[in-house]
Ligand binder design. Sequence first.
Ligand code: MCA
Ligand code: AMP
Length: 490
Amino acid sequence: MSPLFPALAAGSTRPALQFGDQALSHAELATVAGALAARIAGAPRVAVWATPTLGTAVGVVAALLAGVPVVPVNPKTGERELTHIVTDSSPALVLAERGVELPPILAGLARLDTDVDHVTDATDVPGEADPAAPLPAEPSPEAPALIVYTSGTTGPPKGVVLPRRAVAATLDALEDAWQWTETDVLVHALPLFHVHGLILGILGPLRRGGSVRHLGRFGTDGVARELSSGATMLFGVPTMYHRIAEALAGDPALAKALNGARLLVSGSAALPVHDHERIAAATGRRVIERYGMTETLMNTSVRADGEPRAGTVGVPLAGVELRLVDETGAAIAAYDGETVGEIQVRGPNLFTEYLNRPDATEAAFDDGWFRTGDMAIRDPDGYVRIVGRKATDLIKSGGYKIGAGEIENVLLEHPGVREAAVTGEPDEDLGERIVAWIVPAQADAPPSAEELAAHVGAQLASHKRPRTVRYLAALPRNDMGKIMKRALRG
Ligand code: MCA
Ligand code: AMP
């Protein structure tokens, strides 16, 4: 396989990464990350404390250059989730920006700083880094590149082992679909511990030899500023596009900036047609959607040279085989815009396994095809429309996948909670909002919503906190004693 990052190997002087006033060219990144890689090399696995900073990008690239699998960790993860991730993935080292205080379980590991303050000036590279030093030899394509944790309906998150081959395949398929080149400058504000922000949003531009400007935190002002000063592409989750759609009416500069973009891409959840239409009306530009999953990386997209169609996720990417399967397990032949089936995929973009979970890995496949759990129909010309999801206990909020069971387990440990159920409710901004249904231990003294949100936030990632808490005298149950969530949702 060619190197994962040819522009680094070639020492390109084009801009690569920009986070606020910190920036590195590909050549500078090769130097800084190469030096760090030399210190990481040989470690079995490394965790990266994935703040939305230049240091995170450098740390991940360094691990990839060293051929050491990297586990990006959400810095807003709570104690239970973090303990699980660290125990499950057993990193030998943690990479974090200098000065960042790590929680005890990570603070106990050997630590390397990803500090790059002193390389913002191209001529001032750290003493340890030798610009002439060759990068380590490229590992095998099947070697694990990243382990990304993702929620299931029950139990703790699973570590998705992504080989280098999948990263390269998905990014090259997107090069084709989006005509993505080294001249593209991407802007985004996505978190760096998931596929969308890290693999597409950071590794994507690096593989193309282009550049990315990360906003640190999402805001329409930052989007407008970057798109009107040279950025060509925007990646975001639907919540971000929704906020853009809301802001457009009173912000002609934002409309002008979006109008000048080459490509506006949404993913991680469905972008409502209403937001598509509002953005198109105000900017004259169409957002395109792509569909992916942590386990599969990207599967489909509306192509840059294709017809944009709101409400669809486009066509299968190069190299990706996609089929729809009915309840009996039979493949659906129809491209009729109405027959619904589960999306199953096969191709070089797929993960290898769930870490330490052979049972879950086996259950995820149907005769070599990965079962996505997403339900879809196909238009006659092959455009895929996602219409729902098999698992009712998975919530997508702000583009984050969240398992109801994981939150319920934590809520049940609160002394003031007798029974708990978690559902997702439609939310204009977040797509779905987490709702906790609580039967208090003492009816006259229920724990407050703030207390329960804080309780969940202490154990799990902060985006898993319930936004709404509703109190009941009893949860609706069927004859078997199973909670009837449909009755809760009304
Ligand atoms: C949230 N807050 C709360 C609660 N919930 N406070 C109290 N109680 C709660 N229940 C806090 C937030 O933590 C935040 O605080 C503050 O409220 C305001 O939140 P805000 O920034 O307005 O919004 P947000 O809701 O926190 O974030 C919206 C977002 C975010 C920026 C769109 O959801 C996001 O970054 N989403 C991206 C998800 C993503 O990348 N998914 C990719 C995975 P504070 O500021 O202190 O934190 S899917 C994937 O990778 C696949 C492959 C794919 O297809 O892409
Ligand atoms: P995750 O497991 O967090 O990687 O999220 C993957 C899931 O996000 C998929 O299985 C889909 O349900 C959903 N998803 C991603 N992109 C889209 C999209 N463009 N439209 C609808 N759903 C999407």
